[in-house]
Design a protein around this ligand. Structure first.
Ligand code: SF4
Length: 230
């Protein structure tokens, strides 16, 4: 199967099965989303959603976050991963939003990447989710699932290479959705250690399934194996 055909199967399936995927992070505006995405690095969305209400009560906008110190922020995010670093990032992020962007979240990847704690992945999430721009954020789930499905070549060994390969074959208007489809599939079915292939609807075109899983399956009941016929 060619890569474009694989993409077509992938997009067709999710367009029908899951037409309006959404981020699992709770947010009401761009400020809340960027704070949540910074906190979500190597942490679960569930945990981030738990800490956000108290954090937002204390720092409801960039005006409050921009004058806070890392020590002020830390107690509200102590239960997420890497709270010290993230507290520093949020303090710096709030300060820069206030000083250079009038308290508003910028809308370009270049401007977003100037904010502390915001790398290309986070910037892509923000422009994709908030501004519906064709940006493909590649996290660990997107990286793994797109490789297993065979959507990207083996030579795509960095997040940026995977991003470029995915964007190449995905229609622009579908890119924000495809990002969520890959994340959610990786989070709930194509999990890292033992993918749940037995309940996966994509086995008929998944490269990993064809190469690794299917050859190891026992012959179906009632159907004699080649060995038993010897
Ligand atoms: S068939 Fe298995 S490896 Fe392939 S996408 Fe589904 S869960 Fe992942």
């Amino acid at each position: 199967m060619t890569r474009p055909e694989r993409f077509r199967r992938f997009l067709d399936y999710f367009t029908t099965a899951f037409p309006e995927p959404k981020t699992e992070l709770a947010y009401r505006n761009p400020y809340e989303l960027i704070v949540a995405v910074v906190l979500s690095a190597q942490c679960t969305d569930k945990r981030v959603n738990q800490v956000m209400p108290a954090l937002l009560e204390q720092f409801p906008t960039a005006a409050e976050l921009g004058v806070a110190t890392a020590d002020d922020i830390f107690p509200f995010i102590r239960s997420v991963s890497y709270p010290n670093n993230k507290a520093k990032h949020l303090a710096g992020l709030g300060k820069l939003l206030l000083e250079e962007f009038e308290g508003e979240v910028p809308s370009t990847i270049e401007e977003l990447q100037r904010l502390p704690g915001v790398g290309r992945k986070t910037a892509n999430v923000v422009v994709s989710v908030i501004y519906n721009q064709p940006a493909m954020a590649v996290d660990t789930h997107v990286f793994r699932v797109s490789h297993r499905l065979g959507l990207v070549p083996k030579t795509a060994t960095t997040p940026l290479a995977v991003e470029r390969a995915l964007v190449k074959y995905t229609p622009q208007e579908v890119i924000p959705k495809a990002h969520h489809w890959l994340i959610l599939h990786g989070r709930y079915i194509c999990v890292a250690r033992t993918p749940k292939c037995s309940i996966c609807p994509l086995t008929d075109f998944c490269a990993y399934y064809a190469k690794v899983v299917a050859p190891g399956l026992a012959p179906a009941a009632g159907k004699p194996s080649a060995k038993s016929q010897l």
